[in-house]
Write a protein that binds this ligand. Structure first.
Ligand code: VIB
Length: 222
């Protein structure tokens, strides 16, 4: 009893570290990641964001209060207005056209992760869905903070991926992730052990799927 968000992380420590400190992430921080890997990631992430927009819409549908509705709306708005724009800007800079994006087949890692989260939400309640979404929202905020603290990370124009780091370090993202943590802390506080254990498995699997998404980028796998 008295669980918090950090207990979800502690329950899958190895999987969480494999995700946060993945080679894709460290290479992105050093600026040494191959452009092909980042392009592959960006294109798949465009498809990913479309499916995750649906997951936030599902979170709105599953909401009971105005506060929960606003959180779902905020998540959707950040995806559509901020993240998607960065993707389209990088794609334009690197010669990936809107037409190419719209006709792209989903990689298996994209399919597996997005449909897993949508299924968790369809079958379960709002807490199930937001636990399945947490590695994405809170994980990316933590990755940006972690990268920013590492000596090897190059910031500024020397790093072609600096805009990516800057976006996830921004006040807007960090605040959204903080709110999500606070909400999850509040929800988990009074859960019985068995319920928490079930959510910990959901969180662990979503974390493994996030890790696979990085690996897909490195391997250029479809
Ligand atoms: C594979 C993958 N995982 C997480 C994110 C980051 N992200 C996607 S939606 C969202 C919440 C609202 O913006 C966040 C933080 C990503 N882009 N791609």
């Amino acid at each position: 009893m008295g669980y918090r968000f950090n207990d979800l992380v502690d329950a899958c420590h190895d999987e969480w570290t494999a995700y946060i400190e993945h080679d894709f992430v460290t290479q992105l921080g050093r600026g040494s990641l191959s452009q092909d890997s980042f392009r592959h990631y960006l294109k798949q992430d465009y498809l990913f964001l479309i499916q995750f927009s649906r997951a936030y819409a599902l979170a709105a549908y599953k909401s009971h209060s105005l506060d929960e509705l606003r959180s779902a709306f905020e998540g959707l708005k950040i995806i559509l207005d901020t993240e998607m724009q960065l993707h389209l800007d990088y794609c334009a800079e690197w010669g990936i056209t809107q037409h190419q994006l719209e006709n792209l087949p989903e990689a298996r890692a994209t399919l597996a992760y997005t449909r897993y989260v949508l299924d968790a939400g369809a079958r379960g309640d709002l807490l199930d869905l937001r636990v399945a979404l947490a590695p994405c929202m809170i994980g990316y905020a933590d990755i940006a903070l972690w990268l920013n603290e590492q000596d090897f990370t190059q910031r500024g124009n020397a790093n072609p991926f600096d805009a990516w780091i800057a976006m996830y370090l921004s006040e807007e993202f960090q605040q959204a992730a903080h709110h999500e943590r606070v909400w999850l802390d509040e929800q988990l506080r009074q859960l019985p052990d068995a319920h928490f254990q079930r959510l910990a498995l959901l969180f662990r699997d979503a974390t493994r799927l996030e890790r696979d998404f990085w690996q897909m980028g490195l391997d250029l796998s479809d």
